[in-house]
Design a protein around this ligand. Structure first.
Ligand SMILES: *Cc1c(COP(=O)(O)O)cnc(C)c1O
Length: 377
């Protein structure tokens, strides 16, 4: 066990209070705590609907159902992402068209998207890596020109902004994750589907409620509910919503605390960057991030393995990240690369994530930076 783990799930202290309160009544999905959370997101994001889901993976699957992806359709996304971004669309028979990332943000290179568009393209899925926004104006304008849907994978992006707008509030649909490794959790697993385009509002509710119009029934809009469309069960329990509600009370506190840790790393590691030993993350001026992740880029794969092993030996959990999807066995079956892999593989092999979690102490942060300095001596 590492003395300084890579991640510690956030807990602000009042989660148990809300879980106890939830235990007194309705436990299934769409209970009072779910409503509190969903209303909170709807007010903040000014979206048509915010629907809690059991995971971000499920929210992405719902998005694929909503835009009615069919076999033969193509969906554009970065190769440098989590498997769920691709799986949600591969499950519906789509071909995934992978595009290279920008070296500075590790986000999809917006300048390469247009060349990836074909007659079969139906959607673009930008992934806001490390809670730093993709160049959304460019993405939305290409989508507009070709009549495509855009689904933001904002799993890591809650409380981040692009030109003042919250990530997840910009595209037609978006997904957040409340997995324990993300900034806010609903007790280990959880997600949110964000509906910014009104045309998807009603069907989103129906798909999520097993293909029934149960939600309309509970609002008194219909006098009985029945099977009206395809669907599945995409509701988290009240216990998960209660945990999340506890975290939403302290949404700024969690963000500020993570940014404090991020800033510490960024300032303390500056001399190593100035000496050309490592590269530090770059945040474009139009992006306000949420301190989701702090990574450094080292010389190459070999140096990265040695650094991770060195830190491990010092009791520090550091981690690499995504293995590019386009060259994975499933990626080769369900997708193809558009253009060249200039940055995806080479940049991902250089990336090391350092411990960063709500409440990490300055002395722990100092131990991490000291160890990194010692490695380079
Ligand atoms: C974490 C993550 C997901 C999946 O989230 P789950 O809630 O675990 O399903 C999807 N995409 C990205 C970019 C992620 O970081």
């Amino acid at each position: 066990m590492d003395t300084i783990p890579f991640n510690r799930p956030p807990q602000v202290g009042n989660e148990v209070f809300y879980i106890r309160r939830a235990l007194k009544g309705h436990l299934a999905g769409d209970g009072p705590h779910s409503k509190l959370c969903e209303n909170w997101f709807e007010e903040r994001l000014r979206c048509y609907r915010a629907l809690l889901t059991p995971s971000c993976t499920h929210a992405l699957e719902l998005a694929a159902l909503l835009i009615d992806v069919r076999p033969g359709d193509e969906v554009i996304m970065p190769s440098y992402t989590f498997v769920s971004t691709a799986n949600a669309f591969a499950l519906r028979g789509a071909t995934i068209v992978f595009v290279d990332v920008r070296a500075d943000t590790m986000n999809i290179d917006e300048g390469l998207i247009e060349a990836a568009v074909t007659e079969a393209t139906v959607a673009i899925v930008p992934v806001h890596y490390a809670g730093v926004s993709c160049e959304m104006d460019a993405v939305m304008s290409i989508a507009d020109r070709y009549g495509l849907f855009v689904i933001e994978d904002a799993a890591q992006g809650m409380m981040s902004r692009y030109k003042g707008r919250f990530l997840g509030s910009i595209a037609h649909l978006a997904a957040y994750s409340f997995h324990e490794t993300k900034n806010y959790t609903s007790g280990g697993e959880g997600g949110l589907l964000i509906v910014n385009d009104e045309q998807f509002s009603q069907r989103a509710e129906i798909f999520r409620e097993k293909g029934t119009n149960r939600s309309q029934f509970f609002r008194g809009a219909v006098d009985k509910y029945s099977w009206v469309d395809i669907g599945s069960s995409y509701l988290p329990s009240e216990l998960q919503a209660a945990y999340l509600w506890g975290q939403l009370q302290y949404v700024e506190k969690i963000k500020t605390d993570r940014l404090r840790a991020w800033q510490f790393y960024s300032e303390q590691l500056q001399p190593l960057a100035a000496a050309g030993k490592i590269e530090l993350p770059k945040i474009p001026a139009v992006c306000e991030h949420n301190g989701h992740m702090f990574y450094v880029k080292v010389e190459n794969l070999d140096e990265r393995s040695r650094l991770i092993a060195y830190l491990k030996n010092e009791g520090i959990g550091a981690a690499f990240h995504y293995v590019p999807l386009h060259s994975s066995s499933a990626g080769l079956r369900f997708g193809r690369l558009s253009g060249e892999d200039v940055h995806t593989t080479s940049e991902s092999e250089r990336l090391v994530r350092l411990p960063l979690w709500f409440g990490i102490s300055f002395s722990d942060l100092r131990k991490v930076t000291d160890a990194v300095f010692k490695f380079y001596q």
